[in-house]
Design a binder for this molecule. Structure first.
Ligand SMILES: C[S@@+](CC[C@H](N)C(=O)[O-])C[C@H]1O[C@@H](n2cnc3c(N)ncnc32)[C@H](O)[C@@H]1O
Length: 299
């Protein structure tokens, strides 16, 4: 009888949790951490395990919070640790909008899945031998660090200073070179005339508008060594609040890539590795044929 009741309750909890969007629990924890009510200890590096605990202030307010109807988003202003300078005064969002403010929470989310799981559809197109890899929009460095651990020489380009700092700290054990550079220009890397065998853009390309994408593609191509590959993913689904994304199709990306000499070598669709039901992904692997580079040299 007791077992049946327990089973019934667990089934109900399970059904309820299935309706909670993935990421909602992390967001709620992040909101209460901003109030300095909860502390977090991270055991990492990847996949990172986090433990949360009430701070002294959190414990002292526990009774009041329990009685209150308001959720974590109703954090009293005096407890908020918000850097007002960070608020985007320009109403038009740019491609990095929303990342600096939420860097810690996002890094936790990115590190909660493995490189192998995120890239399972394209692992076979990654170089088997130690190669030069550029991870553009590297975020917290999950992929850059995993690729460095596989023996590649990795540059992580990340324009959001907060994510760059977190990535450097979380993956200090891997020899990743972090640079502050951004699409569409990738000015610093191009100025240094760097060449890469693999350029990775995971969950980045759809942050650029059409003009930026058109400008970025030839710049990416100019960083490719002969026979080099670009692997990029496109996110489909609702745009998170405060961020800027565009609906970018595989077909338009393949067309744009072809215009600049890249061939499609692999296309895959997949569900979201974080389990968000309304989000799905396209993965594209594109390659600069070695013969095109040779022809360029002859000319
Ligand atoms: C969804 S996150 C993905 C992070 C990482 N690639 C991953 O898969 O975990 C998107 C990243 O793109 C970066 N980003 C946004 N605009 C960018 C741009 N114009 N050039 C390069 N990176 C950009 C953001 O700062 C952020 O780190």
């Amino acid at each position: 009888m007791v077992a049946e009741m327990v089973h019934h309750v667990l089934t109900q909890v399970d059904a309820y949790l299935a309706r909670v969007p993935a990421g909602a629990v992390e967001q709620a924890l992040h909101a209460i951490r901003r109030c300095v009510l909860v502390s977090r200890t991270s055991y990492g590096p990847a996949p990172a395990r986090m433990e949360y605990a009430l701070t002294d202030l959190g414990r002292s307010l526990r009774d009041q919070l329990t009685r209150s109807d308001s959720g974590p988003s109703a954090c009293p202003d005096k407890f908020r640790r918000v850097n007002k300078d960070r608020v985007n005064k320009d109403k038009r969002l740019d491609s990095v909008a929303g990342y600096a403010e939420a860097a810690e929470m996002l890094a936790e989310q990115y590190e909660s899945v493995t490189f192998a799981e995120v890239h399972r559809e394209v692992l076979h197109v990654f170089p088997a031998r130690p190669s030069r890899v550029l991870d553009v929009g590297a975020g917290s460095g999950r992929d850059a660090a995993a690729l460095a651990a596989l023996g590649h020489t990795v540059v992580a380009a990340e324009p959001t200073a907060e994510l760059r700092a977190l990535g450097e700290r979380l993956h200090a054990d891997q020899a990743v070179e972090w640079v502050d550079d951004a699409l569409p220009d990738l000015a610093r890397l191009r100025e240094e005339e760097r060449l890469f065998d693999l350029v990775l853009l995971t969950a980045v390309w759809m942050h650029l508008d059409e003009q930026e994408r058109a400008a970025a593609m030839p710049n990416l191509v100019s960083l490719l060594a002969p026979g080099g590959r670009v692997v990029l993913s496109l996110r489909h689904g609702p745009v998170p609040d405060g961020r800027r994304m565009f609906a970018v199709s595989a077909q338009e990306t393949i067309r744009l890539a072809r215009t600049h000499g890249l061939d499609l070598i692999h296309l895959a669709e997949r569900v979201d590795p974080h389990g968000r039901r309304d989000v799905s992904w396209t993965y594209l692997a594109l390659q600069m044929p070695a013969r095109t580079q040779l022809a360029d040299l002859v000319l």
